[in-house]
Design a binder for this molecule. Structure first.
Ligand code: 0PR
Length: 366
């Protein structure tokens, strides 16, 4: 830090120089985050100084969070669901499993997750001191083999988890069957819909994944992914409004007397942004966005297949996977664990971007 400050122009120039070193969004094909909806700019600015960690002081912001959670609860078929905005999928998964551990105390607790589970579960098992058991994929598919999952459950299992929109293949586990395992064993069932949560409800034919399924105890979904909100923005909801209370700690000197969230100070700005997007777009607006992403996914698959490249699966959501090939310079595409190329077709990957990418791939082949 310098002794003397500098002018606004100098500060902005310093920031702009660094920002220019980032990959522009029209070349990012590997991200589950996207450019926030334009309505978020005003929303964030209005709530920039608010702290949800002190709801007695910021009661309007606290009410805003409740309105957001009610909207999401309704979307997930449980208006009375309770939870919080979080910093993202990792914190949501952690809080869900932390609650499961409190609600189903076992001597040597373990959790059973699909092979597709996000790497956050490794952090979670470490933090919470849990054994992490991984159920393999169903033969020839990328969804969890629920029979093998059931075999991994024993008297020390506290929770099973399903993924609705897997990070690597964008597929949706058979949540009904995973939830049934939970019901049969009287354990917790968490659905990680960090990616799929703001996609699946808006598909032409939605796939069951949420509280409409008996036995689903919690669902995580990220505004900062397909919710078009700002980073950081996650959301965790529990079917039973009492469940979060298992995480309650006393907060003696605050205006509220207890807290169930992981973080203390929490941004109101990102909640305002997430809520503003829901209000502004409505279900209709989200359907249009998801339909555009699905159409662009279809076009990418069609274009790459026409060049002779091999898709690994038929996309279920807006995510395509191809056997590895050489990517033209400047584009960011990620390699998943099996070495394939993953394309996440977020809203910033517009039709123009897809055509530009396909053209460059074609040029490279010549
Ligand atoms: N659950 C699922 C199914 C996820 O895909 C992710 C992240 C998480 C949980 C964890 O979410 P947070 O990162 O919000 O804690 N999936 C992306 C991934 O790991 C995150 C990401 C986003 C990575 C944008 C890179 C990027 O540019 O690929």
């Amino acid at each position: 830090m310098e002794e003397k400050g500098c002018t606004r122009e100098e500060v902005i120039a310093a920031l702009a120089g660094l920002r220019a070193a980032d990959t522009p969004h029209d070349h990012i094909l590997c991200s589950m985050c996207t450019i926030p909806h334009q309505i978020t700019t005003a929303a964030r600015e209005m709530f920039a100084a608010t702290n949800l960690g002190d709801p007695g002081v910021f009661s309007g912001t606290a009410k805003l969070e409740q309105l957001f959670l009610e909207s999401v609860g309704e979307l997930l078929h449980c208006k009375t669901a309770a939870g919080w905005m979080t910093s993202g999928g990792t914190e949501s998964n952690l809080q869900a499993i932390r609650a499961a551990k409190k609600l189903h105390p076992k001597e040597k607790p373990n959790i059973v997750v699909p092979a597709s589970a996000h790497f956050s579960f490794h952090k979670i098992s470490d933090i919470l001191g849990l054994e992490l058991r991984t159920a393999p994929y169903e033969a020839g598919k990328f969804t969890v083999d629920t029979e093998k999952m059931a075999e991994l459950v024993d008297k020390n299992t506290i929770a099973v988890s399903a993924v609705a929109g897997t990070t690597e293949y964008g597929v949706v586990d058979d949540v009904s069957r995973v939830a049934k395992i939970a019901l049969e064993n009287d354990i917790f069932c968490h659905v990680d819909a960090a990616f799929g949560g703001f996609v699946i409800p808006f598909l032409k034919q939605p796939i069951p994944f949420d509280f409409a399924i008996d036995g689903v105890d919690s669902v995580s979904l990220d505004p900062h992914k397909m919710g078009l909100g700002t980073i950081p923005g996650g959301c965790l909801l529990f079917r039973d409004a009492e469940s979060p209370l298992s995480l309650s700690v006393d907060t003696p000197y605050l205006t509220s007397k207890s807290q169930t969230t992981l973080t203390g100070t929490r941004p109101g700005a990102d909640v305002a942004a997430a809520y503003a997007v829901l209000k502004y777009l409505g279900k209709e607006g989200f359907r249009d966005i998801v339909s555009g992403c699905m159409e662009n996914t279809r076009r990418l698959v069609e274009g790459l297949s026409a060049y002779g490249y091999e898709k690994v699966l038929d996309p279920v959501l807006n995510l395509a996977v191809f056997r590895d090939f050489s990517i033209p310079d400047g584009w960011k595409v990620s390699h998943i664990r099996d070495g394939s190329l993953r394309f996440v077709m977020m809203p910033h990957v517009t039709r123009d971007v897809v055509e530009k990418f396909l053209n460059e791939v074609g040029e490279q082949k010549k």
